[in-house]
Design a protein around this ligand. Structure first.
Ligand code: SF4
Length: 279
């Protein structure tokens, strides 16, 4: 509270960071993503108690601990289901989900499909580095088939990588974008736009793992602003994604549709639910 005017002070970006020091490897792209999230939240201008960040498991899923908003560090692959429950129960909150490509597209792949389909109003940030970093460098769903640096797949996976944005589009996501950790200001603007989008907003963030994928340092030379304007045409967006090399940055698709926001009228009181599940 401002002592002279009585106005409630809007938190600055630094106020959205917690006192915990990130344990990420020096140079990890997730540092920049954290900064972009806090910048976006400062621009959003909501008090910290009106924002929640939900995650699963993985290096990037540590983000709730490094922010000062409400957070929930859930189990592997279940961040979207937790966030869906929270947003449906508390539609007044701004809900952000943060995680990585393994958590989101493998263990949580089924939840990803249905979150896109349901269109609950929340933002999903996937820090994609095409590897399981926290468990020491196994191939993930977005790893190229000829990546041979993992001891588990010394001859490569031989499997086509998952196409996160193509799957999001086909499954019904209403906002689809790709950002880059090396462009923290541009990414902050993109995250703010995703938060303000009414519906399920999917943002794939290219965020290098410099420990297990050091070659990803070259991503800064490879990313480029998308040559085309965003579209609300699903067919056009699909064609663009099918010819995309994965390094076009920007908002590709935005097309709002009705939200999944069931009424809570008639829902069982919390005490009854607790009694039903008591063991
Ligand atoms: Fe970042 Fe990779 Fe280190 Fe994890 S292992 S903190 S993703 S650089």
């Amino acid at each position: 509270m401002d002592g002279t005017t009585g106005a409630v002070a809007v938190p600055a970006a630094k106020d959205f960071k917690s006192d915990y020091k990130p344990v990420w490897c020096p140079g990890c792209g997730d540092f920049s993503v954290l900064s972009s999230i806090t910048k976006a939240l400062a621009e959003l201008g909501r008090p910290r108690e009106e924002v929640a960040i939900i995650s699963g498991i993985g290096c990037s899923s540590r983000i709730p601990a490094y922010t000062s908003v409400y957070g929930f560090h859930g189990v592997h692959g279940r961040a979207l289901s937790l966030a869906t429950g929270l947003k449906v129960a508390r539609p007044d909150l701004t809900v952000i989900v943060a995680g990585g490509d393994g958590d989101g597209f493998s263990i949580g792949g089924n939840h990803f499909l249905h979150a896109c389909r349901r269109n609950v109003d929340m933002t999903y940030l996937v820090m994609d580095n095409e590897v399981y970093g926290m468990t020491k460098g196994q191939a993930s769903p977005t790893t190229a088939p000829d990546w041979t640096k993992s001891k588990l797949t010394p001859h490569g996976t031989g499997v086509s990588p998952f196409n996160p944005l193509g799957v999001a589009l086909a499954s019904g996501a209403t906002f689809i974008a790709r950002g880059f950790s090396g462009d923290p200001n541009g990414l902050a603007r993109m995250i703010l736009e995703a938060i303000n989008h009414p519906g399920f907003a999917m943002v794939q963030v290219l965020s290098p793992c410099i420990t297990y994928r050091p070659e990803q340092r070259d991503w800064k030379k490879m990313v480029r602003g998308a040559a085309t304007e965003r579209t609300n045409d699903q067919g056009r967006a699909a064609r663009l994604l099918m010819t995309d090399d994965g390094f076009n940055i920007g908002v590709l698709y935005e097309n709002p549709r009705p939200l999944y926001q069931p009424t809570l009228d008639g829902a069982a009181p919390m005490a009854d639910l607790e009694a039903a599940f008591r063991v």
